[in-house]
Structure formats: structure tokens, C-alpha cells
Design a protein around this ligand. Structure first.
Ligand code: SIN
Length: 297
């Protein structure tokens, strides 16, 4: 089998068929996926039915994996990994550790709501994310799509005056800025300490494609050295610009889809579904940036 890459959007996103990730892949296939990711930034691989260990093994081909923060795990309130033995799997579901639908009162339901804000994974860490891979196990009958925005194309389309204004600017990103905006989860002091904010340039050059991309997300609380309100206004303006319909692709999930996105040059958000009535069971891995990638900032 040879990978076949088919574009799904005028600016980014491709479908890759002819690959069975349940088996070890050869170097050519691994390289073809990497090259498609550098060009399209989001790739959809349909019809993969991966066990957690297979998803981890495939993800590791592209770099070290993040272990999700166990928010409020110490208080016993939450613990996002309880369903799985594998610490590298982010449990992007509305299920509790016994496989039942979590109620609205469950703090994990509040935390999950932040994925409905435009974001890029792990922007709140200094060593932020390279790619994420999200695998659909169970999907609801309606809703629960995921939207992606191409922040390279958005940067390219900015007026020159705005490009000049952004030169050298740095934003501060915090997980708790997003939880305060959506869901209302209040972190403990210990959680605040172990998840401090991170700073990243607003415009970053992609280490492989060498294209500039906006690095913005709901986690961005302010712009360093700028009055908070002015910084927030600029961030809101950039997010609005970058999520105009021409820069956005909406993915309607099928069971077995594996979607890979490059967090360095896209944003994404989950869309709502009836989470107290229907199951949405997705599993995610996230590959962290290596030092070589960070140098490109
Ligand atoms: C995520 O933000 O990682 C998950 C997006 C989704 O659930 O659609």
C-alpha cells in the first residue's frame, strides 16, 4: 500500500489513505506523513481502529509524548487518565472511570469546556506542542465536530502594517486564563504552582515549512509590556481575523478517524453536542516540541 494524499480545503488539510496504522509503517510512509503535515498542517487518516498502545507507538515515531496534567487529581475530584493504564493518552471523552456519562456537575465536564475555545495545545507550557493526534472511538449522532484554523494563511493575509506591529511581540499563556473564561474551574494553589504561565512570540516561523504563523490561543492572557486591555484587544482581533471562514476547516468525525494537527501553525476548537445524553469517546496523544523546534521561535 502507498499513501495517497488528497487535499480537503483550498489552503490546508489533506486526507491520507492507503495507510494501515495498526501495523508497523516503513520509513517511506513515515516520511510521506511528515511531508504531508509540513504542507497541509492537518491530516485526516480515516478507517484506523487503533488500540491505545498502537496510537502511542505511532505517535512516538514523531517525537516524545506529553503526559497530561492530572488536574485536581490530588483532591480526588478529577483524574483524566483513570479510564486508561497509559499515561500518554489524553482522555477527550465525556465518560467517567466506569464508562458512564459524566454529569454536568462533574468538574471534569467544566474543564473539558475549554476545548470549545480556539486554542493550540500546550501553549501554556514553555515546551509547547508539535503535533496532536485525535482518534475517534465513539461519536455522538449530532454535533461534536472539530474546527481547525490555518494560522499561516491568516498571517500571510494580514495587512503589512499589522505584520510590522506584531514584530517582536510576545504573549503570555496560562491554562487558568482559559478555565476562568469557560467552565469556571478554580484551581488549587498547588495546581497553579505546577502549571505556571509560559511566554511565546506572537509570530513564529515553522521549523520545517519556514512559513510564519500566528501563535495565538485562548490561553493567551496578555501581551508582555503592553497594558492588559490593549493586549487582550489585539489578541481578540487576531483570533477573529484568523478564524474567518476562509481559514477554517470543520471536521465531521467518523468512528476510526485519526486526525493529526500541527499546533505550531493551526488553532482548533471542539463544537458542542448533547454531552449528557450521548457518548463522545476520543483519545489524544500530543507530541512535544524538541529544542531544535524551539530555536525557530
Ligand atoms: C482538543 O482540543 O484537544 C479536542 C478537540 C475536540 O474534542 O474536538
Amino acid at each position: 500500500m502507498k499513501p495517497v494524499v488528497t487535499p480537503l480545503h483550498p489552503l490546508f488539510v489533506a486526507k491520507i489513505t492507503g495507510v494501515d496504522l495498526g501495523r508497523p509503517i516503513d520509513d517511506t510512509t513515515q516520511g510521506a506523513i511528515e511531508s504531508a503535515m509540513d504542507t497541509y498542517a492537518v491530516c485526516v487518516l480515516p478507517g484506523q481502529n487503533l488500540e491505545n498502545e498502537e496510537l502511542i507507538a505511532f505517535s512516538r515515531l514523531y517525537g516524545p509524548l506529553e503526559v497530561p496534567t492530572d488536574i485536581a487529581g490530588k483532591s480526588g475530584v478529577t483524574g483524566r487518565n483513570r479510564r486508561f493504564a497509559f499515561r500518554e493518552i489524553f482522555d477527550i471523552s465525556n465518560l467517567d472511570e466506569n464508562g458512564g456519562i459524566r454529569g454536568e456537575q462533574d468538574p471534569r465536564s467544566a474543564i473539558r469546556q475549554i476545548t470549545q475555545l480556539w486554542h493550540t495545545d500546550l501553549a501554556f507550557r514553555q515546551g509547547s506542542a508539535k503535533w496532536s493526534m485525535l482518534h475517534a472511538k465513539v461519536i455522538p449522532p449530532a454535533g461534536g465536530d472539530t474546527e481547525f484554523a490555518d494560522t499561516r494563511a491568516a498571517y500571510d493575509a494580514l495587512p503589512d502594517a499589522m505584520k510590522r506591529r506584531l514584530e517582536g511581540l510576545t504573549a503570555e499563556h496560562s491554562l487558568w486564563h482559559s478555565t476562568a473564561k469557560r467552565g469556571g474551574y478554580v484551581p488549587t494553589e498547588e495546581e497553579r504552582r505546577s502549571n505556571p504561565p509560559a511566554r511565546h512570540k506572537l509570530v513564529r516561523r515553522h521549523p520545517c515549512s519556514r512559513r510564519n504563523a500566528l501563535y495565538i490561543a485562548s490561553y493567551a492572557s496578555h501581551i508582555v509590556g503592553m497594558p492588559v486591555e490593549d493586549g487582550q484587544a489585539l489578541l481578540a482581533e487576531l483570533i477573529e481575523f484568523a478564524t474567518q471562514p476562509q481559514f477554517v476547516y470543520r471536521h465531521k468525525w467518523q468512528v476510526g478517524d485519526l486526525v493529526i494537527w500541527d499546533n505550531r501553525c493551526t488553532m482548533h476548537r471542539a463544537t458542542p453536542f448533547s454531552a449528557t445524553d450521548h457518548v463522545r469517546d476520543m483519545r489524544r496523544t500530543t507530541i512535544v516540541e524538541r529544542a531544535a523546534d524551539l530555536l525557530a521561535e
